[in-house]
Design a binder for this molecule. Structure first.
Ligand code: SPQ
Length: 425
């Protein structure tokens, strides 16, 4: 795809698609609940469609209209042994969270994903699940897909997560919900808490005591209505676009503002961005409006507890930092190496091709601003977030950007180019 924007301004108002993490979980809880769940503003990206497909194969009736997804849940016991392989596509969330669900269901299932999933570590989930009694086999001792799950009765756990990961936490929560008695999960740093919030939304209970999450096993859920807020991880691309393009001001309505996800807003403030954030609702998930204008930015440091609150936004923050005066240093972000690609390497390599002064480190990167970017040939490497970073970069390049494998963007943001063209003036 050729991108030749001639350094435009951005203006206007959009609502980004529904949050990917919340969309996945709404299908999962809807399927496990008894009764009907109606989901509005669901993200129809490829990853979430993979989750729908897996639950249909498990016997759950799921209807799709333009406006809503309707899940006819039949409770934990309503899931049936699938007669074909569960294909999780490119979705780490689907693969890891479903392991926690399937580990405790009394049947056999097999899970496979795409080439990127086949490279991502699954032992971070299969190891704690095995300690609860799960029987999961897979390539390299259960480290990689394909995985075979023989569902069994599970025991409770007290598990300290070795890495800050919402996917590992959520998989263990799903297993703990099926065990008899109380389980405790301890987080090294707080990660996105959509699973915990959704337990409550579907009529269950969960306790949080500092870094401990306490789950009572044997809970059943009741179908409900879910409104999925706009995904702040998708909004991030246009926040950066408006901040770095000249004479711009855009408004992003109904964006999710859950504290565990708003690290990017903190970074924008640290860097001196011209923005306002207004909360409009705080029932269940917090929602609000973000207005962002062209900004004079300064370099910053991003590390520690902030990292899990913006992990998926780091590639686009790297682009932002190329347009800030001074150095931006990102530390403690080793987790980027096990995403759809090694996102430290891919973002550094691709931004360098456009003239950025950026260097990979063991646990992050150093970006020296401010750089004038030029055109060039880049690739998403099959990673949706890298594809979107490069498309946004093309707004400020002097010359055309040729983006290879832009189709990957449909994983989390099928309307991305439509929205980009709408905002470009
Ligand atoms: O689902 P997937 O492929 O793992 O998606 C990514 C993304 O960029 O969209 C990561 F590659 O988001 C993860 C996120 O990084 C989604 C997620 C969740 O919904 O629980 C949690 C984070 O992953 P982790 O490994 O830190 O738990």
């Amino acid at each position: 795809m050729k991108l030749n924007f001639k350094q435009p301004s951005l203006g206007g108002k959009i609502e980004v698609p529904g949050d990917k993490s919340i969309s996945h979980r709404s299908i999962m809880f809807g399927a496990l609940a008894e009764g009907k769940t109606v989901i509005r503003h669901f993200l129809k990206g490829e990853d979430c469609l993979s989750t729908i497909d897996c639950f249909r194969k498990l016997g759950v009736k799921i209807e799709e209209t333009d406006e809503e997804i309707i899940v006819h849940g039949a409770g934990w016991d309503g899931l049936k042994e699938p007669s074909s392989i569960l294909d999780t596509g490119n979705s780490g969330t689907t693969t890891r969270l479903m392991l926690g669900i399937l580990a405790g269901r009394p049947f056999h299932s097999v899970m496979i994903g795409d080439e990127s999933i086949a490279r991502r570590p699954m032992d971070r989930v299969t190891v704690p699940l095995a300690s609860m009694g799960a029987d999961i086999a897979g390539r390299d001792n259960g480290r990689f897909t394909p995985l075979s799950i023989r569902g069994r009765k599970l025991q409770t756990t007290e598990y300290k997560l070795p890495v800050a990961s919402a996917q590992v936490k959520s998989a263990v929560i799903f297993a703990a919900l099926q065990a008899e008695g109380e389980s405790v999960i301890i987080e090294p740093e707080a990660t996105r808490d959509h699973t915990e919030k959704m337990i409550e939304q579907f009529g269950g209970t969960v306790r949080r005591e500092e870094d401990r999450i306490i789950i009572q096993g044997g809970q059943s859920f009741k179908g409900t209505d879910v409104y999925v807020p706009g995904d702040i991880s998708s909004a991030a691309f246009f926040m950066v676009a408006a901040a770095i393009a000249p004479n711009s001001e855009i408004v992003l309505e109904n964006t999710g503002l859950n504290e565990t996800r708003t690290g990017i807003i903190d970074v924008f403030k640290q860097m001196g961005a011209d923005m306002t954030v207004e909360k409009t609702s705080s029932e269940g998930e917090e929602i609000g409006t973000i207005t962002i204008r062209t900004s004079n930015l300064k370099g910053t440091e991003i590390s520690g507890a902030l990292i899990p609150r913006l992990i998926d936004e780091i590639p686009v923050i790297a682009l932002l930092a190329t347009q800030a005066e001074g150095d931006t240093i990102i530390r403690d972000a080793e987790e980027l190496k096990v995403k759809e690609t090694n996102r430290i390497d891919t973002v550094v390599d691709e931004l360098k091709k456009l003239g950025a002064d950026i260097e990979a480190t063991d646990d992050g990167m150093i970006i020296r601003g401010k750089s004038k970017l030029h055109g060039g040939s880049v690739s998403s490497h099959g990673d949706h977030r890298i594809g979107m970073v490069m498309a946004i970069a093309s707004l400020i390049t002097d010359g055309e950007v040729e983006l290879d494998d832009h189709e990957a963007i449909a994983v989390s943001y099928p309307e991305f180019f439509e929205h980009l063209n709408q905002l470009v003036k």
